[in-house]
Design a protein around this ligand. Structure first.
Ligand SMILES: Nc1ncnc2c1ncn2[C@@H]1O[C@H](COP(=O)(O)OP(=O)(O)O)[C@@H](O)[C@H]1O
Ligand SMILES: O=C(CO)[C@H](O)[C@H](O)COP(=O)(O)O
Length: 355
């Protein structure tokens, strides 16, 4: 069994009682108060040098909480859910731990992080899909699971979506069109630059390069119901380029392909026709996606050759055609569009490798 969760969704717990110390920090939440401190200890433009990084959330909590800090542990959303299943506190994977500063190439935390006063709060890190232990007995009995059910380390939601798409060759990519737009491009070369919200996750001996924008389905849901999206999309001609130019965001702040905490949403002027309005929004999100893939190519990543689509937006065939026109490469719906399918494949891989 394994779990995927939104990257950088962060919880601080008492490492003795397991009680949470304060509220969780959500994946797209920014802690600008901590950014100057993090930039002063990390290498220039390192992945953690984003206000929404897990390390910024840890530093912000550490410097603002009056809680006794003698026994605290940081956990990510997936780590915490898995802990409820296996009962071993403080274990993470090198995908979820990337944004707190773990180096998946060195397979360790860097010295500039281990020398910090909060380094004892950092979780131990193993590869995704590695067995941690059996399900807790109360869980097994309550839910009728087999006694030999093993819980494995997890990953982040957009990496799980990539795994679900079963893309294995460099140049293949998965765009997750969920609440947000998250991009994962399989590359032989690792790249990162916090100025653009670009980072690389390790996938065995290759790199999943990309980032996560704050644009995406959550903006659509603010304006249209899913039923309206389906009805209005049927009336869109995807071969026609929309003249409308938006930057669809729910609130101020963008993470990728531009890291700007002050970027304002742009969703006006609104035309009379809802069909034209939706067309403009879908096309504008496609342009952001295209800018992201061009940025990754310009930074030296393997150029994108084909894009598979995951998430709720993958059901929109007209949007897929708009994106194919804007990106200039084949775009299709992934064979499995649910990230959870990728988490299941990770658990299967973990068990096959350990039987
Ligand atoms: N027909 C559609 N066209 C475009 N987007 C859609 C359509 N139906 C649902 N969505 C979008 O899919 C999103 C939900 O996708 P999902 O992958 O479940 O998101 P998440 O897991 O990030 O919450 C919603 O924000 C919604 O706007
Ligand atoms: O936007 C998000 C969720 O919708 C997360 O940031 C997403 O997990 C992307 O992060 P990562 O690239 O580390 O998987």
């Amino acid at each position: 069994m394994s779990v995927d969760g939104t990257s950088a969704t962060t919880m601080i717990l008492d490492s003795k009682s397991g009680e949470t110390l304060g509220r969780p920090f959500l994946y797209n939440e920014s802690c600008p108060d901590a950014l100057p401190i993090v930039k002063s200890i990390a290498p220039e433009n390192h992945t953690v040098c984003l206000g929404s990084s897990t390390l910024c959330k840890l530093v912000s909590w550490w410097n603002s909480s009056d809680t006794d800090k003698g026994s605290v542990v940081l956990m990510h959303q997936a780590d915490w859910l898995l802990w409820l299943l296996h009962g071993k506190l403080g274990i993470s994977d090198y995908n979820n731990a990337l944004k707190v500063g773990y180096d998946p190439e060195l397979e360790s935390y860097p010295s500039w992080l281990l020398s910090q006063p909060y380094s004892n709060a950092l979780p131990s890190v193993i590869a995704p899909g590695k067995p941690i232990g059996h399900l807790k007995e109360d869980i097994t009995q309550k839910h009728g699971f087999s006694n030999d059910c093993v819980v494995c380390t997890g990953t982040t939601d957009s990496i799980a979506a990539f795994l679900a798409a079963r893309a294995t060759q460099p140049g293949k990519a998965v765009t997750s069109l969920g609440s947000t737009l998250a991009i994962k491009l399989l590359s032989t070369r690792r790249i990162e630059d916090a100025r653009y919200g670009v980072y690389s996750h390790r996938l065995d001996d290759k790199w999943l390069v990309g980032g996560a924008s704050n644009t995406g389905g959550a903006v659509l849901r603010q304006i249209f119901t899913d039923e309206q999206l389906e009805k209005l999309s049927k009336q869109i001609d995807p071969s026609e380029a929309s003249p409308l130019d938006y930057y669809p965001l729910q609130t101020a702040g963008e993470r990728f392909p531009v890291a700007d905490p002050n970027m304002m949403p742009r969703l006006l002027p609104r035309p009379e026709s809802d069909v034209q309005y939706l067309h403009g929004i879908l096309e504008s999100i496609a342009r952001i996606e295209g800018k992201a893939y061009s940025l990754l190519k310009g930074m030296g990543a393997t150029p994108v050759e084909e894009v598979f689509t995951a998430g709720g937006g993958s059901k929109n065939e007209k949007w897929i055609k708009i994106r194919e026109r804007v990106l200039g490469v084949p775009v299709s719906r992934a064979i499995q569009t649910e990230a959870a399918y990728g988490a299941a494949l990770l658990a299967l891989k973990g068990m096959e490798g350990n039987i």
